[in-house]
Ligand binder design. Structure first.
Ligand code: FES
Length: 106
């Protein structure tokens, strides 16, 4: 079972086990990770699941589709590492994925 590491803007880490096939947003919500709300249920229409994904995992993740980048343009504190975590499906290759939370989400 892959482990996902969520890191708050103050450095607090939360390591959670994730089931393959879930979205990273679902994993966060199921484990009550502060800062990831998933208000739209993963329909890519709220950006309350915004997180920064470590670039060393980018080759194991789907490329952001235009609807994701469009929604991210409405988020704050967007960087080149920004992703909507509802659009990232957990695979075995994502074991150890680090997702940092923006300072505006807590
Ligand atoms: Fe709404 Fe990801 S949960 S955009």
């Amino acid at each position: 079972m892959p482990t996902i590491i969520f890191v708050q803007h103050d450095g607090t880490e939360q390591r959670v086990h994730a089931e393959v096939g879930q979205s990273v947003m679902q994993v966060a919500v199921n484990n009550q990770v502060p800062g990831i709300l998933g208000d739209c249920g993963g329909n890519c229409s709220c950006a309350t699941c915004h997180g920064y994904v470590a670039p060393d995992f980018s080759s194991h993740m789907p490329v952001a589709e235009s609807y994701e980048t469009d929604m991210l343009s409405c988020a704050v504190d967007v960087t080149e590492e920004s992703r909507l975590t509802c659009q990232i499906i957990v695979t075995p290759e994502l074991d150890g994925l680090v997702v940092r939370l923006p300072p505006t989400q807590f």
